[in-house]
Design a binder for this molecule. Sequence first.
Ligand SMILES: Nc1ncnc2c1ncn2[C@@H]1O[C@H](COP(=O)(O)OP(=O)(O)O)[C@@H](O)[C@H]1O
Ligand SMILES: [Mg+2]
Length: 227
Amino acid sequence: MIRVKNLAKHFGGVYAVKDCSFDIKPGKITSVIGPNGAGKTTMFNLVCNIISADDGSVYFKKENITRLPTHKIARVGISRTFQQARLFKNLTVKENLTISRPCSEKEIRDVLEKVAFKLPIDTKGSALSYGQMRLLEIARALLHPHELLMLDEPTAGVNPSVRQELKKILKQLNKEGKTIMFIEHDMDFVMSISDEVIVMAEGRVLMRGTPKQVQKDKRVLEAYLGK
Ligand SMILES: Nc1ncnc2c1ncn2[C@@H]1O[C@H](COP(=O)(O)OP(=O)(O)O)[C@@H](O)[C@H]1O
Ligand SMILES: [Mg+2]
């Protein structure tokens, strides 16, 4: 579904992502793990061309999207969330959802039901808990027509019950045919829902495999502990 080839990006003298290559299979849940600073978020931003790559290419269903503007990448079928929720506190739930794409009240209710968001749609952003903000951000990503959903640390800072909810939501979306790729720190979460795990370290893919394979790999442990 998506193929990344030799992506590279440096900031100043330091490469955040270097020689990063992998592919994502359609219909699968793939997680991206790795220590802080491994280049995971930068890689996501390169895929969506939120920051432009120094080198390398990104293919989505065989189409080269490397240099496409971000809004066109969204249109080919990639929807994403960010590491920090990007919502407007002074806008209502409904306004936050419709700001990037007009949609009907029914669409909004359907998508909120999907992410188990229980507050009225005229609730102000400022009244939401952190967990609710994360759910709302996922709802917004879902409102965009997409085949691939990319989530940057969906469980970061959310309580265990929202975490469980998120697990269910992602599994259900996957069942409905969505391909999902997400960056995550919570290993239990990663191991319990991923078909494949990509491990990044120092801007590259260190290894990939099933959760089981990754869990018992010495290199992965070393990457986390530091050499
Ligand atoms: N806009 C930026 N300017 C300078 N350095 C950056 C920028 N974004 C990321 N970096 C650096 O690139 C490296 C990778 O960061 P990031 O992609 O955020 O890692 P991760 O998401 O895996 O924690 C880090 O060393 C980080 O400090
Ligand atoms: Mg990050």
